[in-house]
Design a protein around this ligand. Sequence first.
Ligand SMILES: C[S@@+](CC[C@H](N)C(=O)[O-])C[C@H]1O[C@@H](n2cnc3c(N)ncnc32)[C@H](O)[C@@H]1O
Length: 194
Amino acid sequence: MSAADHWNDHYQQGKGFRPVTETEVALLAKRLGPGTGHRALDLGCGTGEYTAALHRLGFATTGVDFSEVAVNTAQDRHHDRDGLDFRLLDTDRGGLTLLPAGEFDLITCRLFLPFVDLVPTVACTRRLLTPGGRLLVTTPLAERQRAGRESIGLRPAALDLLRSFGWATTAEYPLDSLLCLLLTTHPAPERTSR
Ligand SMILES: C[S@@+](CC[C@H](N)C(=O)[O-])C[C@H]1O[C@@H](n2cnc3c(N)ncnc32)[C@H](O)[C@@H]1O
């Protein structure tokens, strides 16, 4: 069974993941500010509830996932909203390289990074972000998972790697048992006039 089929099975059974709570939306609103006029990309969007929450904050948002069942469900549930779309894309198979560089002000990874190749994925997000753009990672921590379930969270070494990508700023916020990392790229250099 392919990795995508594993997730397809999960969604086919009508299962989801941790719901997007009011607390999480409040954290997004407080830390991201209004999204109006900004573009967001939600990696591993699943059935699109988090993608839709970003859209409600004003971001024009694209959700991508390699599970066909998830993307179809997301399109069915959220199809009639302008500035919200979903695409089938495998981030571990070059999918992100098909998107235009410098296109997104915000990229989100909610319950996603533990399942993919961390370094190439984060390197791709750097290429896709605008100068001053932000990467928001919301993740379980491996050490807080029960035995046998550690792989759904990031380990301390992975978190350190994530922080070491040369960000202009890094900030971290707890969200119940999860950790949110907000990582900002450097702004464009100011032009000097003569
Ligand atoms: C734990 S779920 C989280 C879904 C959603 N972000 C949420 O918070 O409900 C992880 C998602 O990542 C997707 N995924 C895993 N590997 C992927 C890959 N290589 N490319 C694109 N999506 C992937 C899965 O299909 C699944 O929908």
